[in-house]
Ligand binder design. Structure first.
Ligand code: ADP
Ligand code: MG
Ligand code: MG
Length: 879
């Protein structure tokens, strides 16, 4: 017998039960607990949803029974009956996941209205029209969401009725009209379902709960979870809550409010409301609501109570809240509260202000910041000196600048945006179904909807600029045109959005680089005070190195030297070196390259003086230096056809034979890294000389130089490192002798092949430091080619949850992570003080950083723009 509890009454829950009750369920329970008025309710747990999913859609044995009991208790507490002929109970059936996913799942309102109860609803409210309007809304919502009736079926019937009555708006329909519409709706629903339409509210309740469970797996929820790294295995809770009516007349209203401005973080009133409406109208962006401040005049008492409640809940949760409310006949109810989604700039300001206000500690403030979000701060803004007039004005729903070609549907946005083309998605209103287009668009422009609609909330969370409810724009999605006054814009025309002020420009405006603000500087310092892990950057030139320092890098963890060879002006010398027949020829070619390398290093060392710089010796596959085999063959053929035994042909033939000799079928597993250096020891020797000469030159010029760390790539065998180290040390010592002075330097290795990690204790005998190259280590451990996989099966694996995350984005802790841990432990068993770091994309991924912290590494190194993220992630890892 299964005696698991799947149901909790409102009074049994609290904020700590979020994993079980979902954010919404735990939030209303907590409000109820502290005396905030919320409608009575009970919650079906996430566990019920998970078990149902795992059981192929079949409910746990006792679930239906427990729901019936929960309903019976709710009926008793409210003194009402679901579908009753007197005092009927109407409920909403609301989705509510542990991590909020605004609008991605389904909610059904007004359940319990039926042929029997509608009369009583009319009598009780003294408003017959209201009762029948609820009924027709319910059939439409229930039919679409639960029974899968296509929405146009209802819309067509509604339009037909309106035109037969000669009216424009839904609100012009009378109670009698709506009664007729309900009859039509029921008839067509039943037709659509082949006679299977159910009108029993208790049966409808069970089906609605099941539909909400299923909506956890609908495509937009999947897309949203993937974009936000939310696990697919969590499931949603379902809240069954007594309905309160914001649509009962002019003393009723509904709205959404934030306790602070979620775009900027300012402590100022932010919210919207609609009189005589249901909440769905605001959050779905169907109607453009009014600013909350105006509610003071319309409903002064409820307004004061709301403001008071906002303050209370913010102090209670010690964080900015995003709340839904409804006023029924002058009486205020809160329907939802959650920590509000916000832009990165707002996150920093709120965290910083809450500390100043004495509400939270610095460490708590750090925990409020989502490191992954911070790259939003690094987005460019519109150059304020443009002097252009906007073509339209709208609401500043999500800040930032977007320049792109306009498109009119989410699929096109997803397709073009997915190819990396800058597009702006233009919609009448955005619905959660557009999420796949929103994710890849530069920005969003809508004609309808306010700043608290789901679309705006989602856009802010992702840092997508959004102008909502733009006035005077006409969108024709079929003709794909946007008309503003006399001007018609077509799909593919370029526009610019300024989401910070709500302006739309009919052309591309110039952008300026982002500015890191004061709040960032202040809060990131708190992060630096607590983190243990060092943060370095990957940088190969002066500009990147300078950027890295600005963003707080404490050194360079990976300076790749291959681009120094690949540059157009250097490639001929490099080819000469590789194709040389004698060591003398090779030495001559390298002598040409040395001064160029030295100049590059001087640039980087100047930018980073005083800090450590890890220079990785040459590591590309051989073929990248050589002419392409096919092209070279074609060249030879062409010259042969042209006839004549020219010197050019002889040269081409010779090159071809050399290319053939060096050709590899699997270059990524071929002559790379130290393997190339083992073949041509002159290369590491030359590089070591260039590094040391540059370091000494910078020391002379600046009075200070960098901590020189020379790194040998792609080591698998002890002997490789031993040999390479000897070559480097000999060259360095010669340079010191020639210069008559020396400086401190170390020689270490990349750990990027499984064998190296496994024998790290032996490798460590010849290394002063390890740097885990987790990109290659992932490639070689899992056996997935990094360059191909994303176009092929890997994407599929992630979609199908064979893998939860792309292992090149976030480290595979279970497999690759084990090699890292093993490598660190073994390395330190030989050299207890061995310095260890990570270079590679993972160094800028918050989840991976958390793992690296626990694996005991000394630092992570990532691209300059991810340095702020890594600083915060490293702080969170220890809190
Ligand atoms: P979502 O997660 O999509 O926001 P919600 O469950 O919050 O879905 O519901 C959608 C809208 O319906 C919200 O505006 C909410 O305030 C409103 N709503 C939900 N339940 C009730 C209720 N019991 N009474 C009145 N309005 C409700
Ligand atoms: Mg909601
Ligand atoms: Mg590598």
């Amino acid at each position: 017998m299964n005696d698991v509890r799947y149901i909790y009454d409102l009074s049994e829950g609290d904020a700590s039960m979020k994993p079980l009750l979902g954010g919404k369920g735990a939030g209303v329970a907590e409000m109820n607990k502290v005396g905030v008025p919320v409608p009575d309710a009970f919650t079906v747990t996430t566990k019920a949803c998970v078990e149902t999913m795992n059981n192929g859609g079949t409910w746990p044995e006792t679930l239906a029974e427990q729901i019936a009991q929960g309903l019976a208790r709710l009926e008793q507490r409210t003194g009402r009956t679901l579908g009753g002929t007197t005092k009927p109970l109407l409920v909403s059936v609301r989705s509510g996941a542990v991590f909020s996913m605004p609008g991605m799942m389904d909610t059904i309102l007004n359940l319990g209205i039926s042929d029997e109860s509608v009369v009583a609803v009319a009598e009780e409210s003294g408003n017959e029209r209201f009762a029948w309007d609820c009924y027709r809304r319910f059939i439409q919502m229930y039919g679409e969401v639960v029974e899968g009736v296509p929405s146009h079926v209802y819309e067509d019937a509604l339009s037909a009725l309106k035109s037969s009555r000669g009216v424009e708006n839904d609100t012009d329909l009378t109670a009698e009209d709506l009664k007729e519409l309900v009859a039509t709706f029921k008839e067509i629903s039943n037709e659509q379902l082949g006679g299977e339409w159910t009108s029993d509210p208790r049966e409808q309740l069970n089906r609605a709960v099941n539909a909400v469970f299923k909506s956890w797996q609908n495509p937009r929820a999947e897309v949203y979870r993937r974009a936000n790294n939310i696990s697919a295995s969590l499931g949603t809770a379902v809240n069954i809550m007594q309905m309160v009516f914001g649509n009962r007349g002019d003393t009723s209203a509904t709205g959404v409010c934030f306790t602070r401005n979620p775009s900027t973080g300012e402590k100022a009133l932010y919210g919207e409301f609609l009189v005589n409406a249901q909440g769905e109208d605001v959050v779905a962006g169907i109607r453009t609501p009014r600013p909350l401040a105006e509610m003071r005049e319309v409903l002064p008492e409820a307004y004061d109570q709301l403001i008071d409640t906002m303050h209370r809940m913010e102090n209670h949760y010690k964080d900015m809240q995003d709340m839904e409310f409804t006023v029924e006949d002058g009486k205020l109810f809160l329907l939802q509260t959650r920590n509000g989604k916000r832009t990165a700039a707002a996150a920093l300001k709120v965290a910083s202000d809450l500390v100043d206000e004495g509400i939270i500690t610095k460490n708590e403030a750090l925990l409020r910041i989502e490191p992954g979000q911070l790259d939003q701060l690094l987005h460019p803004a519109i150059d304020p000196s443009h002097g252009r007039q906007p073509v339209a004005l709208g609401l500043p729903a999500s800040p930032g600048a977007a320049v792109g070609e306009i498109v009119f549907d989410a699929d096109t946005a997803a397709e073009r945006g997915g190819r990396g083309e800058p597009v702006i998605l233009v919609r009448f209103e955005t619905t959660p179904d557009d999420i796949h287009g929103v994710i890849v668009a530069q920005g969003i422009l809508t004609a309808h909807g306010g700043m608290t609609s789901h679309a705006a909330v989602v856009a802010r969370g992702m840092g997508k600029p959004c102008v909502a409810g733009a006035q005077g724009i006409r969108i024709d999605p079929v003709a794909k045109t946007l008309t503003i006054g006399a001007t018609v814009f077509h799909e593919g025309d370029t526009m610019t959005l300024d989401g910070s002020v709500g302006k739309v420009y009919g052309e591309a405006l110039a952008l300026i680089p982002p500015q890191i603000n004061e709040d960032f500087q202040r809060v990131v310092q708190w992060a630096d005070e607590v983190r243990r892990l060092g943060v370095r950057a990957n940088a190969d030139n002066f500009e990147d190195a300078t950027k890295a320092r600005e963003l707080g890098a404490e050194g360079i963890g990976l300076c790749r030297t291959e681009h120094m060879f690949m540059a157009q002006d250097r490639l001929p010398a490099v080819r000469k070196m590789i194709l040389a027949d004698t060591p003398e020829q090779r030495a001559a070619a390298l002598a040409e390259i040395l001064p160029m390398q030295q100049t590059d290093f001087e640039g980087i060392f100047t930018a980073m003086k005083g800090l450590p710089v890890t220079v990785r010796l040459l590591d590309p596959p051989l073929h990248e230096f050589l002419p392409n085999l096919v092209e070279q063959s074609l060249l030879v053929q062409r010259l042969e056809l042209e006839g004549g035994d020219t010197a050019e042909l002889a040269q081409a033939r010779q090159t071809l034979s050399q290319v053939k000799k060096l050709h590899e079928l699997n270059p990524m597993l071929g002559t790379r890294g130290c393997r190339l250096a083992m073949l041509y020891p002159e290369i590491p020797e030359m590089q070591a000389r260039a590094i040391i000469r540059a370091a000494l030159a910078v020391l002379d010029r600046e009075g200070e130089t960098v901590g020189v760390e020379i790194m040998i790539p792609l080591v698998a065998l002890t002997k490789e490192l031993e040999t390479q180290r000897a070559i480097v040390v000999a060259a360095v010592e010669e340079e010191f002798a020639a210069a008559g002075r020396s400086l401190d330097y170390t020689v270490g290795t990349m750990i990027e092949l499984p064998r190296a990690a496994l024998i790290a204790d032996k490798i460590a005998e010849h290394a002063d430091f390890f740097s885990f190259g987790t990109n290659d280590l992932t490639q070689t451990t899992i056996g997935i080619s990094r360059d191909d996989a994303e176009n092929g099966f890997l994407t599929n694996y992630v979609m199908e949850h064979v893998l939860e995350r792309n292992p090149f984005e976030s480290i595979d802790v279970e497999g690759v992570g084990q090699l890292v841990t093993e490598g660190v432990t073994k390395g330190r068993s030989t050299k207890p003080k061995l310095k260890t770091g990570v270079c590679g994309e993972h160094g800028g991924d918050p989840d991976s950083v958390e793992f690296f912290n626990s694996a005991g590494l000394d630092y992570v190194s990532c691209s300059p723009f991810r340095v702020p993220i890594a600083r915060f992630a490293a702080a969170k890892a220890v809190l």
